[in-house]
Ligand binder design. Structure first.
Ligand code: NAI
Length: 500
């Protein structure tokens, strides 16, 4: 049973505006058992790190998907993240467990993370914009149905502002007598590809709670868990709604920077300015800073687009059409960047891709992850297929089955056969480039850099003229031009060194 302990801290009620959690002691429970609902890209790594850094806490990660849980219990983890395997292997079977026995884990836990998927709605009201909260609701109902003692329920999923209110109503209406629920918001800021590093040394941990004695005590309990490895001053408490909105705001601002530099990359290509130089110059301004200013074929991943669309929907629901339009444009610029890049490939390849072989390097949405959700490569390959090109694809981490799944139109039964006539999955970058008219860098995997791949060897096997389209700004253009390649780079034009 969780005991009352006097240590720990939470920001006092009258000073709660995003202040560090280091000043006041209030009585609160010690967390001994944690259940995490959802063994995905967030639940898995986050709770594995909690177990790794909190030897006195027993962490059980549950999921309805048996195959996913089996993979977590095997040598072949269901997701790839640098450092994840070491963390999981160090604590699995000691204080970290993976199971589909959701009921037992909920019953035994003091604190439950809800870390389930919240994708964009595909139909109904808010289709294409609003978050589908079906999984959050069903996990919440599950907690209400089986919990027989007090629980702290933590929103880990990214949710629209005021979702905690809906969870509260569901829990209050369905909970068993004697079981009391406190709801916290604790959004996750990890980035895929650097998840373990981000979790071990986060910039900040955000905990939102109601500003009531119970809410503050629940926040203090969760803060104590993080304090096992995160300095107290980096554990920030605030009101629930600020915390929920902060996650959407963070992703919107990050994506907006990428769309801004991509918009500038179009101007660079048309004028002879170099986007890397522009980005370097503006990033030296301490008010701007250098991060997230790398031009590319566009952002991907499961979160940026979904979270901005969610913000657009929220703004529209609040009758703020100008605000909605502002954020919508960030997503539109991202789409436009992919169309512009495709057009550049077409016009350089003499205005036709019909029957040409394009070596697409990279399918993951960014390096060091096997995740393909909203990957720019998916859209680009769709456009290349419409132009009747043949695509030879290589990615170091993404499974074949995932690639076929992503490329086939959902619900179109014979689409996969059509895809397979145009797309080949290759075992290496060299195999993909053999006989190709162009190499197209879609993901910035380190192994595609000219310091790692032998581009002379690649050049020798390609059709001539041999083109390289660098969609990630990772190649040394001059070096490749010296080999003989025609190099086209995002945000850079061939007129750079002339007055023509
Ligand atoms: P995911 O799709 O990889 O994992 C969600 C898991 O929840 C799935 O395995 C699913 O089977 C399971 N699940 C759904 N309903 C369940 C239920 N009732 N009981 C048990 N298991 C259930 O999703 P991911 O990427 O982990 O994202 C989860 C949340 O975290 C989303 O809201 C996302 O926006 C947010 N997020 C994601 C980040 C990322 O980089 N992927 C970063 C920060 C936040």
């Amino acid at each position: 049973m969780a005991s009352e302990i006097p240590s720990g801290a939470v920001t006092p009620a009258n000073e709660r505006l995003s202040r560090p959690l280091d000043s006041i002691d209030i009585p609160h429970k010690a967390i001994k058992k944690i259940c995490c609902i959802g063994a995905g890209y967030v639940g898995g790594p986050t709770c594995a790190v909690i177990a790794y850094r909190s030897p006195n806490v027993i962490v059980t990660i549950v999921d309805l998907n048996q195959a996913r849980i089996d993979a977590w219990n095997s040598d072949n983890l269901p997701i790839y993240e640098p450092g994840l395997e070491e963390v999981v292997k160090a604590v699995r079977g000691k204080n970290l467990f993976f199971t589909t026995d959701v009921d037992t884990s909920i019953k035994e836990a003091d604190l439950i993370f809800v870390s389930v998927n919240t994708p964009t709605k595909k139909s109904g009201v808010g289709k294409g914009y609003a978050a589908d909260l079906g999984w959050v609701e069903s996990a919440t109902r599950h907690i209400a149905k089986v919990a027989t003692s007090d629980k702290i329920v933590v929103e880990k999923s990214t949710v629209p502002c005021r979702t905690a209110q809906s969870m509260r109503k569901i829990l209050d209406a369905n909970g068993k007598p004697g079981a009391r629920f406190d709801i916290l918001s604790n959004p996750e800021f990890l980035a895929e590809g650097t998840a373990i590093r981000d979790l071990l040394a986060p910039d900040r941990v955000l905990i939102g709670s109601l500003d009531t004695p119970d809410g503050r005590a629940a926040a203090a309990s969760l803060a104590d868990v993080y304090a096992n490895w995160v300095p107290r001053k980096q554990v920030i408490t605030m009101n629930l709604w600020s915390s929920e909105l902060s996650k959407l705001a963070a992703n919107a601002l990050l994506a907006q920077r990428i769309s801004s530099i991509n918009a500038l990359s179009a101007i660079c290509e048309a004028t002879g300015a170099d986007v890397d130089e522009v980005s370097y110059a503006v990033g030296l301004d301490s008010r701007i800073g250098p991060k997230f200013l790398k031009a590319s074929v566009g952002f991907g991943g499961s979160c940026f687009q979904k979270d901005i669309l969610n913000l657009v929907y929220l703004s529209e629901s609040l009758h703020l059409p100008d605000v909605a339009e502002y954020w919508r444009q960030v997503v539109e610029m991202n789409e436009s960047q992919k169309r512009r890049f495709t057009q550049r490939v077409i016009s350089n390849l003499f205005n036709t891709l019909t029957g040409k072989r394009l070596a697409v390097l990279g399918f993951a949405f960014k390096k060091d992850t096997g995740d393909t959700r909203e990957s720019a490569a998916i859209t680009l390959i769709k456009y290349f297929r419409q132009e009747q090109a043949k695509i030879a694809l290589y990615d170091p981490k993404v499974e074949e089955a995932q690639i076929w799944y992503d490329l086939a139109e959902p619900g179109v039964p014979d689409d996969l056969a059509a895809v397979k006539k145009q797309v080949t999955i290759c075992p290496s970058a060299y195999a993909a480039a053999e006989g190709a008219d162009a190499v197209i860098i879609c993901t910035e995997w380190d192994e595609f850099r000219d310091t790692q791949l032998d581009y002379e060897k690649i050049y020798a096997t390609m059709n001539k003229p041999a083109f390289i389209f660098d969609g990630r700004l990772i190649l040394n253009q001059k070096k490749l031009e010296a080999i003989g390649f025609k190099v086209e780079t995002i945000g850079r034009s061939r007129i750079a060194d002339s007055y023509e």
